[in-house]
Design a binder for this molecule. Sequence first.
Ligand SMILES: [Zn+2]
Ligand SMILES: [Zn+2]
Length: 279
Amino acid sequence: MSAAAFITAHPVAQFTKNRHFYAYYDGFWMLASLAAVALMVAAKWQPLFGAPQWWFALAMPAMWFCCSWAHLTIHNCTHGNLPKAINRLVGELLGVLVVVRFASWDIIHMRHHKYSDDREKDPHPNFVSFWKTVSNTIVMVEKQLFQQYFDTWGDTPENRRAEKRRAWVSYGANIVLLAAWFMFLGPWFFLLVFAPANLLAGLFVIHFNWSTHNADRAKVDADFRPVNLDSGYYWLGNRLFFGIYMHANHHTNPRLANPLFWDEAKLGPMEPCVDAKGK
Ligand SMILES: [Zn+2]
Ligand SMILES: [Zn+2]
């Protein structure tokens, strides 16, 4: 693989070609985060922000918006919807901002498209209860990352041990990355702005998946499928975040960067929007 191809290749493609890809990937981010911490210590870095200020109250929602927007841009990057040369780059940079990093988004999201609404194999299947969906998603995403590895490379005792080790490197990389943000921004900004904005952005993404797989309307834990939503709150969300709530359109044609713009002449009739509140 040429250097250029290595930089632009999607993690999920590298993951299926190289059984050690994800260990290298996490190892790289662990070292990069450690280097950032070491550099700040060596340079006696003064945090960007000091004691709490009144404007932190405005910075938190602004930061939440940036992090949510970053997640959804990463989503477009996983589908290769930005110019070919920069999908990986943009995905990796924004993945550092939202801490979870690009590879997990990419690998988990491709699995979601393959097995959407399969209770066993979808990495984040839905339940009627939003909060049950949240707790289940947190557990399932890591489990399905393991499963994706076993599906690709075989479920052997050796691979199970290797994946366990890899997961620890992955958690470790996240902790060091958070430490780097903590030192860079300062403790107050980190605790009052960065961390809550990121947690809320994570919840927002889970809510997006929950509502667009019809859990908002479904009365039993069965009637889940990608739907198009475009009224009330969802109308606004579509205008702010690349038409994300047009999720039936997205599952039919993931290569549309904004599935709100559906060209019927080219793509055939669009699936009608279900009303968000179940009229
Ligand atoms: Zn989906
Ligand atoms: Zn998608």
